[in-house]
Ligand binder design. Structure first.
Ligand code: ZN
Length: 277
């Protein structure tokens, strides 16, 4: 079932959450070393009848002053066994053709974020967009190590990066980098080596896969099996949570089905869900 248009208001700059699809995942994947005795009480209310956690796959479209900016592009054709790959339909439902996208920020190289960057013949799906990725992320997914990952996990990123390089559409960034007016790419390593988060108009923090569950806000130490470096990601989470709390940012993320502001508590942080997510 398609979700209605989901908007996040970045102080007057409209952001649209684009749903690539929904999937269910084991809590043992979302929380590495899952222990029902320790985590069950918090996690159990979210489990479906099969004991899995429902989770979305999402990208974000920003109506920036410099034109349309897309953050990630979903699975594209790379997960045919799942009901995903709907980012392009989401754009069409907003009346936006792919050539209207001026910039694409790539948070990281996992298939559910880069698959939709290429079309059926491996051509760039957004032919008039400058594509931005962290230098370290581009180097990792171009490496022999990434090509040796099981289940051809490196193939979508390699395919996309080669297509974008060929078309001279790829820009690498380092450090925290302004990408367009009011849009900053923020270094957020750990999930992958050069993962980027995005801050829009000092109001919305799109955390990519830094947070894969809303339970990561009270429990930034519950790292995911998909984190390449869990302890580095935990440190990144704490840094982003502190920044979100201090600046009253709306925190949203690709696989987190609710968004909200972050409040400090006695010993950590909690998410205050917004009315619309
Ligand atoms: Zn992901």
């Amino acid at each position: 079932m398609r979700e209605p248009d989901r908007r996040l208001d970045a102080k007057g700059v409209a952001c649209h959450v684009l749903i690539d699809g929904w999937r269910t995942v084991s809590p043992r994947f979302v929380f590495h070393g899952y222990d029902d005795d320790v985590q069950g009480e918090s996690v159990r209310p979210y489990l479906d009848t099969e004991g899995k956690l429902p989770g979305r796959v999402a990208a974000m479209l920003i109506e920036s002053a410099d034109g349309l900016v897309l953050v990630d592009a979903g699975n594209g054709r790379f997960a045919p066994e799942l009901d995903v790959g709907h980012v392009h339909e989401e754009l069409a439902s907003l009346g936006i053709p792919p050539w209207d996208i001026r910039c694409v920020i790539i948070t990281h190289g996992h298939a559910d974020h880069v698959g939709g960057l290429v079309g059926p013949r491996d051509e760039p799906a957004f032919p008039d967009a400058r594509h931005v990725i962290h230098r370290i992320e581009a180097e990792f997914w171009s490496s022999a190590e990434a090509q040796a990952l099981p289940n051809a996990a490196g193939l979508p990123a390699r395919t996309a990066l080669m297509a974008l390089l060929d078309a001279e559409l790829l820009d690498t960034v380092e450090g925290d980098a302004p990408v367009a007016t009011g849009i900053d790419a923020i270094e957020a390593p750990g999930h992958t080596p050069g993962h980027l988060a995005v801050i829009v108009n000092d109001a919305v923090l799109w955390a990519g896969d830094t947070f894969v569950s809303q339970l990561n806000i009270p429990h930034p130490e519950w790292v995911s099996l998909s984190d390449m470096d869990g302890r580095t990601n935990e440190a990144t989470r704490r840094r982003l949570l502190e920044r979100a709390a201090a600046a009253d940012l709306l925190l949203a993320a690709a696989h987190m089905s609710i968004s909200g502001t972050v409040a400090r508590t006695g010993d950590g942080y909690e998410l205050r869900p917004s009315e619309r997510s």
